[in-house]
Design a protein. Structure first.
Length: 471
């Protein structure tokens, strides 16, 4: 609709300008001024239309008109309505993820909330100050029982429609593939987070699982909330919502017990270019047509699930490392290198850009910190929050076009081509967070990094200190 209005206004404006140009010499001055005023008004309307289009402002009540039918639309009218309802709820979920996350966070004890980011965290998952990432030991737990909560039919019924007149979908991933498949949806082998200890000898333990095992629970929990919550604008969340209205969330009960369900962590990394005059950081707009998780939000970049670079046994051994995961996501999302997508050979860390990144980390031009562990309150997806501080020379060597503040395009990024470079200062970060479009993990990275800005931009201590940070 906005596109049609924009085109009509544009044609009208161009026509008016042509008339003024043709007849302006013969017009009385007063009449010419009036025409010029009309044209100015039309130009303003064009600007407004362009702004609305660029921000993709879509009200949930109008979303049903934008639902496109899948290729195999069911013949049964009742099933068709269920698919339409599911798709509309999915659109609402993607359009209001950040708002819904903050609202759902309000259902949990205030001591769990990380400010107004939409993240929740156990006190044991928090740090009093950033910790050198290499200080955290990673452990594989070989004796992990199968989870009791899987998000399948019988547990996530509010998120699972019928697949036909006589059958139901049993997993959220199956519904997503059939009704609203994003461009990138792969069921890769991954590491699932089990336990986190950030005391004097910090460590995190992991098991193995598949990506869909986590997605089936986390997106069902989010879909359930989007279906029940009444979103009427950026703050119109039902005030009377309770956990008892959300059966799958109630079944999970303790969100920090990660042995009862599969929780594959996303490693979200805030990249800071440490220019002494004006340090900057990068945020990525995730295209909901291309990703299954955190679509239509601005997110820290790079960000990706903790997964080996290949499905080979060799990759599981060499890739079980947070820094290597960050490097691969950096290479993929910021540099356009997509040869470690899980289907090919393992990553070769002796090649570009891994060799340069490792060397810069070794000589101090890159510093990598853990900010803490958390859960996205909406999805209960586990998050490892990190920050990478790069000196300008190594940053510009790798990504020279992102050295300037503004909006940039990464044409090879498979999860969304737009990135924002903003000043890493209190004012710019506050304005970005106030927009309400930043994903919870991105908001957490921004908030926690800004709290420790002085340390991160200098050469602060690397010794771990635990405790509950202030909101």
């Amino acid at each position: 609709m906005i596109r049609r209005v924009w085109i009509a206004i544009f044609v009208l404006a161009v026509t008016s300008l042509a008339i003024v140009a043709y007849r302006g010499i013969n017009l009385e001055l007063e009449t010419a001024d009036r025409v010029a005023s009309v044209v100015s008004g039309l130009v303003a309307l064009i600007s407004l239309a362009v702004t609305l289009r660029s921000r993709r402002i879509v009200h949930p009540k109008a979303m049903e008109t934008s639902v496109e039918q899948p290729e195999s639309w069911p013949a049964d009218p009742a099933v068709r309505r269920e698919w339409e309802d599911w798709r509309t709820t999915r659109l609402r979920l993607n359009d209001w993820r950040a708002v819904l996350a903050r609202a759902v966070a309000g259902l949990y004890d205030p001591s769990y909330r990380i400010g107004d980011t939409g993240l929740i965290a156990s006190p044991a998952w928090r740090l009093a100050e950033p910790l050198a990432l290499d200080s955290v030991a990673l452990v594989i737990d070989e004796n992990v029982r199968r989870p009791s909560i899987t998000g399948q039919r019988g547990q996530a019924d509010l998120a699972l429609p019928r697949s036909s007149s006589v059958e139901w979908f049993h997993r959220y991933s199956s519904v997503l593939k059939e009704i609203d498949r994003p461009k990138h949806l792969d069921n890769r082998r991954s590491w699932r987070l089990l336990d986190v200890v950030l005391s004097d000898s910090p460590y995190a333990s992991f098991g193995t699982a598949t990506y869909f095992e986590a997605l089936d629970v986390c997106e069902s929990v989010a879909h359930e909330a989007a279906r029940i919550f009444n979103v009427e604008g950026s703050s119109g969340i039902r005030a009377d919502m309770a956990l008892s209205d959300l059966p799958l969330r109630c079944l999970i009960d303790d969100p920090f017990d990660l042995r009862q369900r599969v929780a594959i962590p996303a490693i979200s990394t805030l990249v800071i270019r440490n220019d002494r005059r004006c340090p900057t950081c990068i945020l990525h707009w995730r295209d909901p047509k291309k990703v299954a998780i955190a679509g239509n939000t601005h997110q820290a970049i790079p960000s990706g699930a903790f997964q080996p670079s290949s499905q080979s046994a060799q990759a599981e051994q060499v890739d079980f490392d947070l820094w290597r995961n960050i490097m691969r996501e950096y290479a993929e999302e910021l540099l356009g290198r997509i040869d470690n997508d899980g289907d090919g050979p393992p990553a070769d860390y002796s090649t570009h850009p891994f060799r340069q990144l490792d060397a810069a980390k070794a000589d101090g031009r890159i510093r990598v910190y853990l900010l803490g562990f958390a859960l996205d309150a909406l999805t209960l997806w586990s998050e490892i929050l990190t920050v990478v501080v790069l000196e300008p020379d190594i940053f510009d060597e790798l990504t020279p076009r992102l050295a300037e503040i503004g909006t940039h395009t990464l044409p090879q990024n498979q999860e969304g081509v737009k990135v924002k470079v903003i000043p890493f200062d209190k004012g710019a970060v506050k304005r970005m967070l106030r927009e309400g479009t930043v994903a919870p993990a991105g908001a957490g990275c921004l908030s926690l990094a800004m709290k420790h800005r002085t340390m991160l931009l200098g050469h602060g201590p690397h010794r771990p200190k635990t405790g509950r940070p202030g909101a």
